[in-house]
Design a protein around this ligand. Structure first.
Ligand code: SF4
Length: 366
């Protein structure tokens, strides 16, 4: 079935349909439709498939705040690097975090200097590491959106079952709804409609985006990741705009359900509660993250370890503006000059879902 979504003939037909509807919108409004893709995987898929480049004269496609590595604020990155200095500590994290520059170093550099930092594919692996090393403190760096958070909850459940006292999570997880509200309330960027994330929506469900249409009168379409799925999602979104309809559509129905995954959400609310969270480029957004509930405070690395982080050094990286949809990577003077995937200056160039990395790999002019 997925092959069908990448079929060249279908892709060409879908492209033509999107161009046609976008041109109709343009004729009526005198400008291109402005769509924001919320998810980092969508950003990469649009660039990799060439769809973004092909539609450049017809649709303004803006990358949003959906890359978990990119939205992690500088202070948290510095705190994570500092944590590696704690004695008898094993730090576990996802691969992308290793190369994100802090104010003075990276986790990768700390590892080469002899700190015990391990890349894991799941927080559950770090629970196992804690079980194998009872004499060490094992800290998992918890980044991610609603898709990752249930796995963090499972890790806590495992650690609880195993009665581990040497496992903690440093929580910097983020939630989608508060950041979309923040973007719309700030009004810095005019977005006609949202292409809503496929993966996160599996947990949240379609109805969790109703606030967009009810409170902000902005439509959205939940889309998959294959070329035809991306184009169909775009077509449906522009069609809504063209017909002046405000609705939330689910175009990823074989995966995303109306009310999401109740089991995952139940897990999430068993262990966590809402907390204020700092976002790169946006400072602190109230209740935009999750913290461990008091009864699980022993698993909270922020409470267990007293890490005092200085105010981060100012850098020229413009990831904050990219995350807010204000500029394209090419507008950063460092893009493809001081900043490349080999020598990244900011997380948007490091992350496999980062907008700068996507533009560098697939849209760069030599
Ligand atoms: Fe930051 Fe590099 Fe992107 Fe510029 S090109 S915004 S320095 S990551």
């Amino acid at each position: 079935k997925l092959d069908l979504f990448s079929d060249h003939h279908l892709v060409r037909q879908s492209l033509a349909a999107v161009i046609e509807i976008a041109e109709a919108f343009k004729l009526e409004k005198g400008r291109m439709p402005v769509l924001m893709e919320v998810c980092g995987s969508h950003t990469m898929a649009f660039a990799r498939s060439g769809i973004k480049q092909r539609l450049m004269d017809h649709v303004k496609l803006i990358a949003g705040p959906g890359c978990p590595v990119c939205v992690t604020d500088q202070k948290s990155i510095d705190a994570m690097i500092q944590l590696a200095d704690e004695p008898d500590t094993i730090l576990c994290t996802f691969g992308d975090m290793m190369r994100v520059p802090g104010s003075a170093s990276t986790l990768m550099k700390a590892k080469t200097e002899g700190k015990d930092i391990r890349v894991v594919y799941s927080p559950l692996e770090s629970v196992k590491i804690a079980q194998q090393h009872p004499d060490k403190e094992v800290i998992f760096l918890g980044i991610g959106f609603e898709t990752t958070i249930p796995i963090l909850a499972l890790a806590i459940r495992e650690a609880e079952k195993m009665e581990l006292h040497n496992f903690t999570i440093w929580m910097t997880t983020k939630l989608v709804e508060p950041v979309l509200r923040e973007l719309l309330d700030a009004g810095e960027v005019k977005v006609d409609g949202f292409l809503l994330p496929g993966h996160v929506s599996v947990v949240l469900g379609k109805t969790s985006y109703d606030f967009l249409m009810k409170e902000y009168q902005v439509p959205g379409v939940i889309s998959g990741f294959e070329p035809v799925q991306l184009l169909t999602g775009m077509y449906k979104l522009i069609d809504l705009l063209h017909n002046q309809k405000v609705d939330i559509l689910n175009d990823y129905t074989h995966v995303v359900k109306e009310h999401g995954n109740a089991v995952a959400r139940e897990l999430l609310h068993t262990y966590f509660e809402f907390g204020d969270e700092a976002w790169r480029g946006m400072n602190v957004i109230p209740k935009s993250g999750l913290v461990l509930k008091d009864q699980y405070a022993r698993f909270d690395a922020k409470k267990k370890f007293n890490v005092a982080v200085k105010e981060p050094r100012k850098v020229k990286c413009r990831c904050g503006e990219i995350i807010r949809g204000l500029i394209n990577p090419e507008e950063c003077v460092l893009f493809n000059k001081g900043c490349t995937p080999v020598h990244p200056i900011g997380p948007c160039m490091v992350s496999s879902e980062g907008t700068c990395a996507a533009h560098y790999q697939y849209m760069r002019e030599e």
